[in-house]
Ligand binder design. Structure first.
Ligand SMILES: [Ca+2]
Length: 215
């Protein structure tokens, strides 16, 4: 059966926003709904303090494949509630109507072969309304990442800043927003630190993971 054209348009708009950024998640005031006033789009690599109608009102969440949403009970990302990587159709009573801020980011990788993704991008498929599956499978090639980070196991940067970040998302968002930040690292499972200045890679046996921002 052929899917009507307008359905494909709607499906595609849910992937790519008017700003050209990719959607990371959709927050619903009630159940899953197509009523525009009841849906809030959250873009990849952003954090949002919920306002007015959405503050303490979110009841369902849709997450784009490969994306992660973190929910907080207080505004300004206070009191972490949960991390979601798949849809939640009805939040339970512990979380329903309790979220006041969120952070969201999508893995910045090509799930398909790099060469195929680049070919698709060059053919205009990343923005083709009839091909909504292209972006989630080719995020890096399609250019919908805020920044691309190369993951390097076992390494860290010798010069780093003192502030500790509790999660990968917090460190990435901070580094994304700072043009002087060239990367960050997972300090052997304890916390994350931003690299200071140009990265000088070092190895450590405890198993750090360096995320180097690509130029
Ligand atoms: Ca609600």
């Amino acid at each position: 059966m052929e899917v009507p054209f307008y359905t494909l348009i709607v499906a595609s708009l849910s992937v790519i926003g008017v700003s050209g950024q990719e959607h990371c998640a959709k927050l619903y005031r009630h159940g899953f709904s197509t009523v525009r006033a009841d849906v809030l789009f959250v873009y990849s690599g952003t954090k949002v303090d919920l306002k007015a109608a959405f503050n303490n009102a979110v009841s369902s969440i849709k997450i784009q494949p490969g994306c992660t949403l973190m929910a907080y009970k207080q505004s300004n990302y206070g009191e972490f509630m949960f991390k979601a990587t798949s849809d939640m159709s009805e939040l339970d009573s512990t979380d329903n109507d309790k979220i006041s801020s969120v952070k969201c980011f999508c893995e910045c990788t090509n799930k398909m072969q790099d060469s195929l993704c680049i070919q698709w991008k060059n053919s205009g498929f990343c923005t083709n309304a009839k091909l909504p599956f292209v972006v989630p499978n080719c995020r890096k090639a399609c250019g919908f990442c805020v920044n691309v980070y190369e993951r390097i196991e076992g390494k860290y940067c010798s010069a780093y800043r003192t502030k500790h970040y509790g999660t990968d998302i917090d460190a990435k968002l901070a580094c994304d927003q700072d043009s002087e930040c060239h990367g960050y690292f997972d300090n052997c499972g304890t916390y994350f630190l931003l690299c200071d200045g140009p990265i000088s890679e070092k190895t450590h046996s405890c198993g750090p993971i360096l995320y180097r921002k690509e130029a």
